[in-house]
Write a protein that binds this ligand. Structure first.
Ligand code: F0G
Length: 458
């Protein structure tokens, strides 16, 4: 997986990027309180903060924007999207939403009652928060290998079926309004789930009468991993694999900002007509009329085209190779990553890289800030700033097991030389790793502190 595949596209529109001088970068860091979320995007050279909504649309998608029908109800754009959703996913009852978390909010509002539990391999943080916001209890039951950064298991996103059964028995199926699976598992490193595991999950939920919903943000990348790694799927098309995957489910929510390669948009679908009626009512209250959700007609058209482009196998081969290539170059630079590389991002083990910086001084932040200082690159700390919290009983800080920095790769946006530059920057930082220092908070809100906290270097 390590050679770099030629991009299966050529460049028609360019957006200039600029590397500020060392002095300017230092000043930008200081002004941002050493929080990379507070930087101006134009002060960043390579932005790997997220792969969400940051991809490049194709000429066909830009052309589709011009076909957008902005009618309030029943627009042509809606019917084009509906055709794609039925063709790819096999769902007739669906609504567009403005993005993934809007779909999660509506699903949770309609189905979750206070005290109920929603199991998954691992919920993404917005899904987790939307279930909690309705008084529910999100529960993560990924296999143990999924939590071990060095395990080479081919499907580290799999659910632990024994844990799932035990959890349902203990909780009682009547207290589980629906069960989920996230494909690929973003919170666990962008790791895929096998078809065999999805089938076992669906059978388990269904044996207890629990509806099964998929968080489909990166379903196409997951389907391509199945084609590459799971016996019996090499000769199937990714679209066929997707058809099989969604035939197992009773519904799905999707952030279209990932595998539908649009800048904004989401989907929510179900097979249950009663649930669909409730979804439509909630949508009208919060997002818009059911044929446009929170989107413009042109956004629906861009999504309808992007859904197919996200399934294109030349694109997917390039996409997964590109991620693996970055992973390999980072390993060569002497840093450990979450293995094996997932679909959309490389997760660097900053805890292993900076063992002299304790959890409470944020090794992930130290590396993320240094990446910007050295090379104008923006990644994202996924460690103690995001997850450490005081124990409600003892008041003592509970730190997460892993201190990671995620480098998420926007789709069709950066070339091989950009990724080489990222790896070379890390190699330079590696040489002086022992001299890096940690950070302390100068301001931290109580919740979701990574977005707005301020820091000072130690
Ligand atoms: N589910 C998964 C698996 C996600 O990764 C995301 C977003 C969402 C749901 C929510 O979708 O942003 O459209 O509301 N992930 C982005 C990320 C933000 O950077 O990983 P959204």
């Amino acid at each position: 997986m390590s050679t770099y595949p030629p991009e299966p596209f050529r460049i028609k529109t360019v957006e200039p990027i600029r590397l500020l001088s060392q002095t300017e970068r230092e000043a930008a860091l200081e002004a941002a309180g050493y929080n990379l979320f507070a930087l101006k995007a134009e002060d960043i050279f390579i932005d790997l903060l997220t792969d969400s909504g940051t991809g490049a649309m194709s000429h066909e998608q830009w052309a589709a924007l011009m076909r957008g029908d902005e009618s309030y109800a029943g627009a042509r754009s809606y019917y084009r999207l509906a055709e794609a959703v039925e063709d790819i996913f096999g769902f007739r009852f669906f609504v567009p939403t403005h993005q993934g978390r809007a779909a999660e909010n509506i699903l949770s509002a309609v189905l979750v009652r206070p005290g109920q539990s929603v199991p998954s391999n691992m919920h993404f943080d917005t899904t987790d928060a939307n279930i909690r916001a309705r008084g529910g209890r999100p529960t993560n039951l990924v296999i143990d290998e999924g939590l071990d950064p060095q395990s080479q298991h081919p499907f580290k996103g799999n659910m632990d079926i024994a844990k799932l059964k035990a959890f349902i028995e203990k909780t009682g199926p009547e207290n589980i309004p629906f069960g989920m699976m996230t494909v690929t598992n973003n919170a666990g490193g962008g790791q895929p789930v096998s078809m065999a595991n999805l089938r076992a999950v669906a059978e388990t939920y269904h044996a207890y009468g629990i509806p099964f919903y998929i968080d489909a943000a990166r379903y196409a990348e997951n389907c391509y991993f199945i084609k590459l790694r799971e016996p019996g799927y090499a000769a199937k098309s990714v679209k066929e694999i997707a058809g099989e995957m969604f035939s197992l489910a009773d519904g799905f929510c999707m952030s279209a900002k990932k595998d539908a390669i649009v800048n904004i948009g989401g989907l929510l679908a179900t097979r249950d007509e009663k649930v669909f009626q409730a979804i439509q009512n909630e949508l009208i209250l919060r997002e818009g009329f059911p044929t446009y959700g929170g989107l413009a007609g042109r956004d629906l058209d861009a999504m309808a085209v992007g859904l197919y482009e996200g399934l294109d196998e030349a694109y997917l081969a390039y996409r997964l190779h590109q991620t693996a290539y970055l992973g390999e170059r980072i390993r060569e630079a002497g840093l450990q990553i979450v293995e094996p590389p997932g679909g959309h991002a490389i997760y660097i083990d900053a805890g292993a890289f900076l063992p002299h910086i304790p959890h409470g001084e944020f090794p992930g932040q130290a590396l993320a800030v240094e990446l910007y200082r050295q090379g104008g690159i923006r990644g994202c700390e996924i460690g103690s700033i995001m997850f450490a919290h005081p124990d409600p009983e003892t008041g003592e800080m509970v730190y997460p097991k892993l201190e990671l920095v995620r480098l998420a790769i926007p789709r069709r946006t950066y070339t091989q030389s950009h990724l080489d530059y990222v790896a070379e920057t890390l190699a330079q930082i590696q040489k002086r790793a022992a001299s890096l220092r940690g950070y302390k908070f100068t301001y931290a809100p109580a919740l979701l502190r990574h977005f707005t906290a301020k820091f000072a270097p130690l």
